[in-house]
Design a protein around this ligand. Sequence first.
Ligand code: NAP
Length: 621
Amino acid sequence: MDSEFIKRAVELADLDAVRVALYHNTDDPEIEALPRAIELDDGDRELLIDKAVSWLEKNAGPGMPEEPPLPRLRKLMNLAMKEEMGDLEFEARQDLAAFKPFPWTAGWTGTKPDLPEGFKVAIIGSGFSGLAAGIQMELLGIPYVILERRSEPGGTWSRHRYPDIRVDTISITYEFAFEKNYPWSEYFGQGREVLSYLTHISKKYGMHENTRFDHELKRATLDEGRNLWMLEVDTPKGPEILEANVVINAVGAFANQRTPDFEGLNDFPGPIIHPSQWPDDYDYEGRRIAVIGNGSTGVQLLAPIAEKAEQVYVFQRTKQWISPRPKYGDPIEPEIRWLLDNFPGYWNWWRYMAIAALFKTHDQLVPDEEWQAKGGYWNEVNDQLRAFLTNYIHEQTDHREDLVDRLVPDYAPFSRRPVVDNGWYRALTRDNVELVTDPITRFTSRGIETAGGTLHEVDSVITAIGFDIVQYLWPADWIGRNGLSVHDFWSKDGPRAYLSMMVPNYPNMFMLYGPNSQPLSGGTGLPIWYQVWSGYAAQLIVKMLEEGKSSVEVKPDAHDRYNEALDQEASELLLMQDIGAPEKNYYLNQTHHRLQMNAPWYGPEFHRLCTEVNWEDIQIT
Ligand code: NAP
C-alpha cells in the first residue's frame, strides 16, 4: 500500500485505538505520553499519525498480537481510556479486547469425566444466545441439540425483515468475541448481514449440524425420578418427545409481539402489520400508511417508508429521546478494512474503545441530590445530554415549533431504552408525513380516528407497538417439581430468577436473557453477556458432571434473597422514579410495577456475580 493510502486509513481510524495498538507494538514512550484523541492538539495528532504511518509502512501485515500478560494488558487498557481502573472493572473488562481465542467460556477443571450414558443438553433457540450456549457445549465436548422453531438460525435477526433494519450498536461490539475481525461491510450491520453473520457462526463452529430446525418446544416436564426434562416438540413430522438432562433456554425477550387491541380493528379492511411479520410482498409505494409507535422499530422503519409512500401518519403516544450515532448507515471504508486486516491489534483496541464508550452509562442513571438541590433535574451528565438532545431535535426539525413542542420529552434521557435516529426527525419534516399526537380512539373502515374525532384515512397500518417482554419462556409451558407450572410460579409478581438464569423447582434449567438480565450499564454489548451467562451455566454443568451428580439448581432462599436485593437496587434507579416516566417503560412490568427487563446492578458487579459462582447458593445432588 502506498503511504497516501495508509495515511488516509489512519486518519479515518479511531485514533485512540491507533494510539494503543501502536504502543502495544512499539512501547514508544512518546506514544504512551499522548492524551486521548479528543484532547490531542494538532501537533500531537500529527505525531501520532506520522508514527503510525511509518510503522505500518515497514510492519503492516496480517495477524493479531498474543494476549499480553495481565499486568501489561491492564496497563494498555488504562492507557486506552487514560484512567486507573479498579480491580472490579479490570475483571469485567479484561476480555473486551478479545485476545483469547474463546473469552468467557468455561472449561473442565481437570480431566473431562466420562459422561453418563446418553447425557444431553437441549438448547432452545438458535439466535445469538442459543449460539453462545452451543459454542460452549462444543468446547466442553458435551452432546447437545439446539431446537429451533424457524428454518434457519438467527432468532430475531431471522424474523425481523422490515425496511432499514440494522443494529443500533456498532457491529464491532455486537458480535462474538471468539470470531476475530469479521468483515462487516457497514459500521452498523444491516439486518440481513447480522443474519448471515449468525449463520456463518452456526456453520463454522458446529452448531448448525446439531440444530433441529422447524422444531418448536411446546411443553417441558420434569421427570423427577430420573432427573430428566421431557420436551414435547412440534416437528415437521408431528409431535415428538425428546429427553434432555439439562435445558438452556435461549428464546430471547422479543419472541412474543404485542397484539393491538384498538376498538374497531375488525372494521378496517386493509393490512395491519406488526414489523415482526413483515410480508415480503408488502407494497407501500404510493399508499397511505399509518405507523403506530416510536420505539426502536417504529423509528427505524419510518424514513424508508416515507420516501415511497404517498402519505404517512406517525402515531406517537409518548415522546422519545432519539439520539444521533456517528457512522450510522455508513459503509466501512476500504482503508479501514485494510487497517483491520493489516495493523495487528487495531481490531482488538478498536473493539475495546467502542465498548468503552458505554463504561459510564451507569452515571446517567443514578440521582445526584446535591445537583437537584441546586436546581438540576437529575444529575449533571444526564442534564447535559438532555440539553444536547433537545438542541438536536430543534436542528433536525428546522426549529419547527409545531413539531418541537410535541417531540421534546419531559422526562430524563436514559429513563427508557435509548433509541437511535436514522432520519426519523427529518422524515417528520417531509410534506407527506404528519406527526399525530392525539390518542387513537378507534379504527374505522377508512382509517384511524383520534381524540377530537379526526379521521386519518389510510390503506394499511404498521403496528410497531413492541413485545410482551414479561412473557418469559412463553408460549411453552414448563412443569417443574410437584407439577408446578413456571407461569403459575411467576403469577405473584411476574417472572423472577436468580441472576436472571435459574428458578427454584426447575433444576437443570437455565435461561439466557432471562428476567432482569439486561444490564442497564457497565459497558459491554449483549453478545458478551450471552457468553457470560452461557459460561455460568457451563460452570454449573461441569461441576455437576465432575462430581458425578445429576441435578443442579439454585437454593430457594438464595433466589429470594437475590430478588429482594434486586428490588431494593432497582428502586433507586431513574427508571423507577416518577420523573423517569415509569408507567410507559417496557423495561418495567406494568402489572406489578417492578423492573422486569434489566439487571439494576452496576455492570462490573453483575459481571462478577455471573462469572464467580457463589457455590453456597447452589445445590448439586
Ligand atoms: P417498543 O420499544 O416497546 O416501542 C413500542 C412503541 O409502540 C412505543 O412507542 C409505544 O408507545 C407504542 N405503543 C405501544 N402500544 C401502543 C398503543 N396501544 N397505542 C399507541 N402506541 C403504542 O418496541 P420496539 O420499537 O419494537 O422495540 C423493542 C426493542 O427491540 C427495542 O427496545 C430494542 O431492544 C429492540 N430493537 C432493536 C433494534 C436494533 O438494535 N436495531 C431495532 C428494533 C428493536 P409508548 O412509548 O407510549 O409505550
